[in-house]
Design a protein around this ligand. Structure first.
Ligand code: HEC
Length: 95
């Protein structure tokens, strides 16, 4: 019956494992944000470095995203607007 003595330890280990997994899934949940949107919406034809190596005005990003949608980027109006604002926030240009 030695394993019975170890039962609390085993339970504790399982709990730690469960919480670790839960924590990991929460982290990937966070990635459904803008960064993830850019990856799945804009990183399919070229790398996300293509937009991330540029700086544009808000209008410039809007034009770019519109052009990419006409090229075939599969994003909704809402997602497009999120991406435009995100890119302008992290890669703005004066003019
Ligand atoms: C259907 C394929 C496709 C998708 C999806 C796509 N692009 Fe592009 N993109 C291209 C192609 C092809 C080029 C190269 C042609 C060119 O430079 O005009 C390009 C070039 C670019 C450029 C460099 C030229 C410029 O206008 O400054 C940027 C920036 C860019 N893409 C941003 C984006 C963003 C942001 C998204 C997501 C909203 C996106 N792309 C999604 C096909 C795509």
């Amino acid at each position: 019956m030695a394993w019975r003595k170890r039962l609390p330890q085993i339970v504790a280990l399982l709990l730690v494992a469960a919480f670790t997994l839960l924590d990991l899934s929460c982290t990937s949940e966070d990635r459904s944000g803008e960064e993830h949107l850019l990856e799945v919406g804009c990183g399919v034809c070229h790398s996300t470095d293509t937009p991330l190596s540029k700086r544009k005005t808000l209008e410039g990003w809007r034009r770019t995203v519109k052009a990419m949608r006409s090229r075939g980027a599969r994003i909704s109006d809402q997602e497009a607007e999120k991406i435009v604002n995100y890119l302008y926030r992290i890669r703005p240009a004066e003019k």
